[in-house]
Each structure stands twice: as C-alpha cells, then as structure tokens.
Design a protein around this ligand. Structure first.
Ligand code: PEP
Ligand code: MN
Length: 385
C-alpha cells in the first residue's frame, strides 16, 4: 500500500509526525519513505510493506497529511500502473518533457571517436531541429582488446559541443558507479552546458549494485535497456530497482533479444512489446532499432531494415528512438555496419514523423471506436430500463 501525502508536507510538521506515530505502531508493517523534490513542491510517499490486507483504505485516507491511498496489487510497486493511481507517467529534465505520449529521437554516435565527428554530428542535429543525442564514452565490449571508449577524457568536449549546438540531453552509457561521478564532474567543470541521461546497457540490466547506485541519485534520468536474454518481467524488475532507490526519471529501452531466430538481424526485434510496457508501467518506452537490427540492409522497397524497425516501434507508440549515426561508418570504432549516414538524418526524421502521425491517427481511431461502443452499451441499458 502506498500513502501519497499532500504536497509540501514537511518531515518536521506536526501532521507528518502524527502520521508517522500512527503508522509506526502498526503490527507487521514496515515503512519506507520516498521524497521527490520537484521544482515547485515536495512530494512524499509512504510505502507500507507487509500485511497490508488487514488495513482499511478509508482509514488510511483519513490520516493526517494523506492525500491519496493506492493499494498495490501489481508486481511493480513503484513503477506499475495501479488501480486508482494518479501518479505521473512523465518527467521533465533540462527543459525536455518525457512521457508515455511524447516522442524524442536520440540520434548520435554509438561511440565517441573524434572531436570532429562529435561536432559534425551535433551540427547536423541542430540543423535538423533536434535537442537530444546519444554519445557513448564508456563502451562495454565483448572482447577486452576492442576499443573501450575514450571514457572521461572525451566528456569535456562532448558536453561543450552539446551546449554549443543547443543539445539538451545526451544519452550516455555507464558501466560503473565511478562513471556517474566523472560525468557529474565534467558537467560541473564545463559549466553545465547540457544534460545527461545515464544509460544502463543490456549487459548490465541485472547488475543490481549498479542499478542501486544509479537509482539513488536523482540528478540524471536513466535509460534502462531490456536484458537481451532474460524475460520482460525480469527487466521490468530491474527498472523497479532503480525506482525503489528513489529515481523516477526512468525510460525503458527495447533493443531486441539475442536469439538465432533473429537472423539475419543482430537481434530479434521486440517492438511489439512497446504497448505492453506502457500498459504494465508508467515509464516512457524507448526503442533502439540500430542494436536490434544491426545491419544496413534494405528491403526490396528501398527502405532500410533499421528504418522499417524504427517505424514499427513508433507506430506502436514508442516515446524515444535511440539510433546510431556516423559521419563515416567505415571508420567508426564501434558498430559502424549499423550506423546511418549524416545525409540520411532528414530522411530518417521524416520517416519517423510519418510513423508518428500514423500512430496518432490509429490512437484517435481506437478512441472513437471505444466511445461508440460505450454509447451503444449505454443506449441498450437505457432501452432495457
Ligand atoms: C549502445 O546503445 O551503445 C549499446 C551498447 O546498447 P545495448 O546495451 O542495447 O547493446
Ligand atoms: Mn553500439
């Protein structure tokens, strides 16, 4: 059970003390308090863990300072959609709004290689009206001999260039807690010219200690990629690890599953799960067609497989698209074969726009259909009465 308190109930207030005195006396119930300080208000949730079936929702609602009571019936306590739950499905970060209704494209380099490539990429994004990008500084690689990323040495110029070209959010994978500190420090040293969304890659989806540390900080939002060889439920629990530590700014990323059935693509595209994740949780959902498809092959219709997959995800309601680009893919140090060319950026964005408009039309059609069904049901009820 979750008690959502009225905004701005301070821990020192009489109301809060009275509430906690009461709750602490409950038998077999543990309390966990979560606070989120937004721009305008302090939001507090008190999670009651244990034998909550014996508690009455009405009684809890009437306790001092309580605005709303949610009985948690589903598995994903913090991130799930629960009955009567009006907690937000959105968050704002550095001026960008992320929700289950919004759509942002994060096109960029899989791995930062040279300052020049970062600059041409950022300039192309600015010219295309984009405010988000992906830039890998820390790369988890299969072989220990492969390029591991420029790590913290590239952060200052990545952030400065992002600021120069009006990029507000850079998605960047971290594989160790020290990377979070390095990012925080590089942003500080460069005067916070941009924001960072910390990415947890598919190899680290169940790195619980990393999840706990990244979840404990509430400065950076997090993009958690689905684990490539585990169930969706296991990956959603991984997201819940982040949230249960306090971070609510979480986007869930689909990036394909490792199975030979995906051949000839790098992974089996799993974007049919976009609506599933949106139904089960309050997280915006990202798709990564680059790491799902992994090649630049195109269909007989002339459309790249990557663009087909991206469109499929957007058509299913995706809220974010993570996509690899490179000014010269043959020279890229990581994942060149799947990178789109800079000249393809306007085409890609237009293709995404077409899919988004189609999704919006489909959503409106479904709503009209639902309304008509409801009207019909009401009509027959009135007729029967
Ligand atoms: C990436 O986005 O660069 C990446 C390594 O992705 P994934 O963790 O999905 O393989
Ligand atoms: Mn990659």
């Amino acid at each position: 059970m979750i008690l959502i308190l009225k905004p701005n109930v301070a821990p020192e207030s009489d109301e809060y003390r009275e509430l906690m005195d009461y709750l602490e006396k409950l038998q077999n119930i543990q309390l966990r308090v979560r606070r989120e300080r937004g721009a305008e208000q302090l939001l507090t949730e008190v999670h009651l863990i244990g034998n909550t079936l014996a508690l009455s929702t009405d009684e809890m609602r009437n306790l001092p300072g309580v605005r709303h009571v949610v009985r948690v019936s589903e598995k994903y306590r913090v991130l799930g959609h629960h009955k009567g739950d009006d907690r937000p499905t959105s968050f704002d970060y550095n001026g960008v709004h992320f929700s289950q209704d919004s759509l942002h494209v994060f096109a960029g380099l899989c791995a930062v290689d040279t300052r020049e490539n970062v600059e041409v990429m950022m300039r192309a994004l600015r010219d295309a009206g984009q405010v988000c990008t992906r830039m890998g500084a820390y790369k988890p690689r299969t072989s220990p001999y492969a390029f591991q990323g420029h790590c913290k040495s590239c952060l200052p110029y990545v952030f400065e260039l992002a600021g120069k070209y009006g990029i507000k959010v850079v998605a960047m994978e971290v594989t160790h807690e020290s990377h979070v500190d390095e990012i925080r420090e590089a942003l500080r040293q460069t005067g916070d010219p941009t924001g960072v969304m910390l990415q947890i890659g598919t190899r680290n989806t169940q790195n619980f200690e990393l999840l706990k540390i990244v979840g404990r900080q509430q400065v950076f939002p997090v993009l958690l990629k689905r684990g490539f060889g585990i169930t969706l439920e296991e990956s959603l629990y991984a997201a819940e690890y982040l949230a249960s530590e306090g971070n609510r700014m979480i986007v869930f990323g689909l990036r394909g599953m490792k199975t030979s059935m995906g051949d000839p693509h790098r992974n089996l595209v799993d974007f049919a799960h976009v609506p599933v994740v949106k139904r089960l949780t309050r997280m915006p959902v990202c798709i990564d067609p680059s790491h799902s498809v992994g090649t630049r092959h195109s269909g007989r219709d002339g459309i790249l497989d990557i663009m087909h997959a991206a469109a499929q995800g957007v058509l299913a309601g995706a809220n974010m698209v993570l996509i690899d680009f490179h000014p010269a893919p043959s020279e890229a140090l990581v994942d060149g074969p799947q990178a789109l060319l800079l000249e393809e950026l306007p085409h890609f964005l237009e293709d995404i726009q077409i899919a988004r408009e189609a999704y919006e039309k489909r959503r409106a059609l479904a709503r009209r259909h639902q309304d008509a069904m409801l009207e019909q049901q009401c009509g027959s009820l009135v007729g029967a009465a």
